[in-house]
Design a binder for this molecule. Structure first.
Ligand SMILES: [Zn+2]
Length: 131
């Protein structure tokens, strides 16, 4: 399912994913920065999360904290994909990556990191430059 980040960093929980959550539920998020995946789940006292997304408002929106958006390079108007994992209460959010190399704009992507794509040639250049 897709959702779009608005100008205040909020996104709507898609209809088909609303069965397990309710308006007013507090949601926590854990980020896997390397692969650009954010796992969402109901916040409770036992779970530790990297980020708090606050509570689901009456329009079924959640807020992505600014630090998270900066870390992931997520901005206004960006499309994110939200998929339900096998766990019935955990959702996974993945930003739609740009379908071109971040550096040379080639459409032939070899790797995707932090939601950004890189072609083979640029990946090799980065690897060489960083040793
Ligand atoms: Zn490139």
């Amino acid at each position: 399912m897709q959702s779009i980040i608005d100008d205040l960093g909020r996104f709507r929980v898609p209809h088909t994913l609303r069965r397990d959550w309710s308006v007013g539920d507090a949601i926590g998020a854990t980020l896997d920065e390397k692969i650009g995946i954010l796992s969402l789940e109901l916040a409770n006292e036992e779970a530790t999360h990297t980020y708090s997304l606050g509570v689901i408002d009456s329009y079924w929106r959640l807020s992505l904290p600014l630090t998270l958006r900066k870390t992931m390079n997520w901005g206004t108007g960006d499309t994110i994909f939200i998929n339900k994992t096998s766990d019935t209460v955990a959702f996974t959010v993945i930003k739609k990556y740009r379908e071109e190399c971040t550096i040379c704009k080639s459409s032939d992507l070899a790797i995707i990191m932090n939601g950004r794509g890189f072609c083979r040639s640029c990946s090799i250049s980065i690897a060489k430059a960083t040793g």
